[in-house]
Write a protein that binds this ligand. Structure first.
Ligand code: BGC
Length: 250
């Protein structure tokens, strides 16, 4: 069995698992440690070290780590939903210093998009697929014929004068106590705008809330087919592990 490790850094938890790359599923239990507060780079890197230790990840196993921010050649240009002190940090160097190993770093939604493209709802789908993750923010991955266009950040599209994720994320549904119909109205506004800009062949909707997809996906009226993610909350970890293994072979 070919194994790699994925770690997903989120606002509330840092989660990791070993991934069986043949099936795109977890091999054994995942490990979840609360995100430290404040979530500074050093504090989070230490938690990543604990995750690796708990999972028993040996040096030859490739490790991919996802961040809720764009990752441009290993660096974070800005951070919307974690501590702002991440801006400008070289995360590959940071993790090297704390973990004593070279990791592969990628945006969380890009990792989820890769997970869905290789093992899930976008597998083998030709043309342009847009995977969005609805969580605290809105993450996006654009995939064309299986190739990822990284760091698309479509959650920050400005729509009707607002940063889109401040209106339509799943986190805002909870914070603003929106019912499904009201929230679906906001999603409709968001996805029709994205559809107009990109004319995708498929939307894949991920994030924890996609477990309840039957409550809101049928309310959307779009030209583009819309399907729920298959890997759901495991997509980011699976995609990160896949990418780490691919880069370690390159
Ligand atoms: C960040 C993205 C991230 C998304 C989901 C946004 O606020 O800017 O980089 O993918 O949240 O975590």
């Amino acid at each position: 069995m070919k194994l790699a490790c994925g770690i997903d850094i989120g606002g509330s938890g840092v989660k990791g698992a070993l991934v069986d790359l043949t099936t795109g599923t977890y091999s054994g239990e995942s490990v979840l440690i609360k995100t430290p507060s404040p979530a500074t780079p050093d504090a989070v890197a230490q938690v990543c070290g604990q995750v690796l230790e708990t999972l028993g990840v040996t040096p030859e196993i490739p490790v991919g780590i996802t961040f809720p921010a764009p990752i441009v050649h290993g660096r974070v240009p800005f951070m919307a939903n974690l501590d702002p002190s991440w801006a400008g940090i070289d995360v590959v160097e940071l993790m090297d210093r704390h973990l004593g190993r070279t990791i592969v770093a990628l945006n969380d939604a890009d990792a989820a998009g890769l997970g869905e493209a290789i093992y899930g709802a976008a597998r083998g789908v030709p043309g342009v697929v847009i995977v969005t993750t609805l969580g605290t923010g809105i993450g996006s991955a654009i995939i064309n014929d299986g190739i990822l266009l990284p760091n698309s950040e479509l959650g920050h599209l400005e729509i009707d004068g607002h940063d889109a994720e401040t209106q339509a994320s799943a986190g805002q549904k909870t914070v603003q106590n929106l019912d499904w119909v009201t929230w679906a109205g906001r999603l409709q506004r968001y996805y029709s705008h994205v559809e107009m800009l990109f004319s995708p062949d498929l939307f894949v909707i991920g994030g924890g809330v996609s477990a309840n997809h039957e409550k809101f996906l049928p309310l959307l009226n779009l030209r583009t087919p819309v399907v729920p993610a298959i890997l759901r909350n495991t997509a980011g970890i699976v995609g990160a592990a896949f990418e780490a293994a691919r880069e370690s072979r390159a």
